[in-house]
Write a protein that binds this ligand. Structure first.
Ligand SMILES: NC(=O)c1ccc[n+]([C@@H]2O[C@H](COP(=O)([O-])OP(=O)(O)OC[C@H]3O[C@@H](n4cnc5c(N)ncnc54)[C@H](O)[C@@H]3O)[C@@H](O)[C@H]2O)c1
Length: 243
């Protein structure tokens, strides 16, 4: 039997990038996936391509009621067994250029969104007998980086919330781990110029960007029973960038 047969997974920010690769990987291994995103057209297109095992649900991760709706959709399909808090925004600018609106946007999507997602699935996971949460952080929460203070603050918060939730939920058979990617080849990197990205790659010991499929492999491991003794862990996949 495939690793994810008869199980249902929610992926926020699943319409493209890392979330899309996770959805493809889960479906390929027998899982059923609810792709959640604010990008309706992309999400619906991906769900159509992945077929009956995949559903799209519009979800703005900052909305409590939309989280409730997304969990209800997942539970109608079957046993909700996993959540990837993958949605995120990244606008790197200097401290001086980070205005309050920009800071709050990062906080609401990356930090509040992750908290609301975890809170929304707990009761459903209990009904299913347990579950696994993967929170998408970043290497900036292990080592930090200049010119991204709002993003960095939220990814450290994700790392901290992961540990707090892991401790609180372990007795309910709910595991919570964080993933810390280095620079990965997705649309998110388009906020920087090609030259800036090339310079960034030179700082990576392995001298290349990661791929979304590589990160998906790690996420699927953390969702699967193969990682059943892991909770509260922070796992970097970054070509050595966090060293
Ligand atoms: N690509 C990288 O180099 C990298 C590195 C470290 C961490 N990450 C993290 O990985 C995650 C995925 O990033 P990606 O590279 O695939 O970027 P991406 O921009 O391609 O994907 C992010 C997704 O999140 C969605 N999203 C944004 N705001 C949302 C909201 N309010 N509600 C629901 N969905 C929302 C977007 O629509 C998009 O589909 C993010 O949390 C990001 O911070 C990425």
């Amino acid at each position: 039997m495939a690793r994810f047969t008869d199980r249902v997974y929610l992926i926020s920010g699943g319409a493209r990038g890392l979330g899309e690769a996770q959805a493809r990987g889960l479906v390929a291994e027998g899982g059923r996936v609810v792709i959640c995103d604010v990008l309706v057209e992309d999400g619906e297109k991906l769900a159509r391509e992945l077929g009956a095992a995949c559903t799209f649900q519009r979800l703005d991760v900052t909305s409590e009621t939309q989280w409730t709706d997304a969990v209800a959709v997942a539970e109608k399909i079957g046993k909700l067994s996993g959540l990837v808090n993958n949605a995120g925004v990244y606008t790197p600018v200097s401290i001086a250029d980070t205005d309050t609106a920009q800071f709050e946007r990062h906080t609401r999507v990356n930090q509040l969104g992750t908290f609301l997602g975890m809170r929304a699935v707990v009761a459903a996971f209990e009904r299913a007998g347990g579950g696994a949460i993967v929170n998408m952080s970043s290497t900036v929460a292990l080592r930090s980086a200049p010119n991204a203070i709002a993003y960095t603050a939220t990814k450290w918060a994700v790392r901290g919330m992961t540990k707090a939730a892991a401790l609180e939920l372990a007795s309910k058979n709910i595991r919570v781990n964080s993933v810390h990617p280095g620079p990965i080849d997705t649309d998110m990197l388009n906020v920087r110029s090609r030259e800036e990205n090339l310079r960034r790659v030179q700082q990576v010991p392995m001298k290349r960007l990661g791929t979304k499929e590589e990160i998906a492999g790690l996420v699927l491991f953390l969702l699967s029973d193969e990682s059943r003794y892991m909770t509260g862990s922070e796992v970097a996949m970054d070509g050595g960038a966090a060293l």
